[in-house]
Design a protein. Structure first.
Length: 417
């Protein structure tokens, strides 16, 4: 049996191919069971995110054609259209790949934490579909443990590497409690959505989202218990904001020095923390001259992000060492499973001899035999039967000069020299 990992990701395939090979939640259960029913595959799981689709299988052989043919049929796509984008890993390489993916070492953003949750979702989906067995289930659990160890023992996830996260972390340094602050976010694109998500996770007191299109602002604000306003309403709400983050596609500044100065007066000079993530800028550079305003641009944050990326790369080197060690631990468990059938057979043989001796002893006791004599005879008989076959095999090994078997027996039975 072989562990097999096959997939595509943001490095190997364009989004047009990734879209065609995606497995949304509503079809995942049926797809898992369909894959699991293929002759060569005994266990299966599917990880599907915006950046990757991967198949983890315990299979009868290393031949990936069964999986490729199934995927082509399932997605109604010719193999030639997607096989150039595929990568595949076998056995210890597939184990290492799963550990690296879960730890964020194979992510677009090095060390990002979301992938571990997505990996756990993939495991749960396969578990619910009944497509996991002992081996792949154990591999998933070891994968989670390895990823946790990487997070605990290295600094790979401790430094922000997105401008949104960096902005929120900077706000935390300026304000003691975000729960007492109001954030005004200008725009409704991906960066503002990510900023809102981070602020919500940090339990920001209140979120206001302003956008040129009110419907988009409302749609985004509703996800975070926020309040939506149209961009035209910005002047009447600016004074409420302790934190302002702006990221729009506007070609002209949205906030000028005069408007911000007016808001500061209304706030009685209570400070405002402002982050302009737009290029070209949404906030006039002259705003930085105002007292009680802390203005940062995307360039200011980018320097921090570059430093943090260097820190993550150093942590990733430590993480790779941890993963190497964890792969060996899992392979040791896997090798031990090969001995389990022998252990089970040996135990069953011993239990059969025990039952036979016990049945005979009970029969003798029922016929009135002396109890002490019966017990002694049973112990003697059972001992002889248990050691008879090993003793005969060892004698034969000696006659054949099989010193390796004799040495192995001494190790197995822990015999003194």
């Amino acid at each position: 049996m072989t562990f097999l990992a096959v997939g595509i990701n943001y490095n190997t395939a364009p989004v047009a191919i990734r879209e065609r090979l995606a497995f949304p939640a509503e079809i995942l259960n049926d797809s898992l069971q369909s894959l699991w029913q293929q002759n060569e595959i005994s266990e299966s799981a599917i990880l599907s995110t915006c950046n990757r689709t991967e198949f983890y299988c315990h299979a009868a052989s290393a031949d990936q054609n069964t999986l490729i043919n199934w995927l082509a049929q399932n997605k109604n796509i010719a193999p030639a259209d997607f096989t150039p984008y595929l990568y595949n890993y076998l056995d210890d390489h597939s184990i290492r790949h799963m550990f690296r993916v879960a730890s964020g070492l194979d992510s677009m953003i090095l060390g990002e934490p979301q992938i571990l949750g997505q990996m756990k979702t993939a495991y749960q989906a396969a578990n619910d579909a009944g497509t996991l067995g002992k081996n792949l289930s154990r591999l998933f659990h070891h994968t989670f443990a390895a990823a946790k160890k990487v997070r605990t023992d290295t600094a790979i996830g401790s430094s922000p590497v997105s401008v949104a996260f960096a902005a929120v972390q900077l706000a935390q340094q300026i304000f003691d409690k975000l729960s007492e602050q109001t954030a005004l976010l200008i725009g409704a694109g991906e960066t503002i959505e990510l900023t809102a998500r981070h602020l919500h996770q940090k339990q920001i007191g209140r979120i206001i989202i302003a956008n040129r299109t009110y419907e988009k602002a409302h749609q985004l604000a509703s996800q975070f218990n926020g309040y939506a306003i149209a961009l035209a309403e910005l002047p009447s709400h600016l004074a409420e904001a302790d934190i302002v983050v702006s990221s729009t596609a506007s070609t002209l500044p949205i906030l000028g020095k005069g408007r911000v100065e007016s808001a500061i007066k209304q706030r009685k000079h209570k400070p405002i923390f402002m982050v302009d993530l737009a290029v070209p800028r949404d906030i006039e550079s002259e705003v930085e001259q105002l007292k009680d305003v802390y203005l940062y641009t995307v360039d200011d944050l980018q320097n921090t992000i570059n430093e943090n990326m260097d820190s993550r790369r150093r942590a990733a080197e430590q993480a790779e060492e941890i993963i190497d060690s964890e792969v060996q631990h899992f392979l040791s468990w896997l090798r031990a499973q090969g001995a389990q059938t022998t252990i089970t057979a040996y135990r069953q043989q011993a239990e059969n001899l025990r039952d036979e001796a016990l049945q005979k002893a009970v029969s003798q006791l029922k016929n009135g035999a002396d109890a002490e004599e019966v017990v002694q005879k049973m112990a003697h008989t059972l001992t002889n039967k248990l050691i008879h076959t090993p003793s005969a095999q060892l004698r034969q090994a000696g006659a054949n000069e099989r010193h390796d078997l004799i040495a192995a027996a001494r190790e197995i039975f822990k015999l003194k020299q």
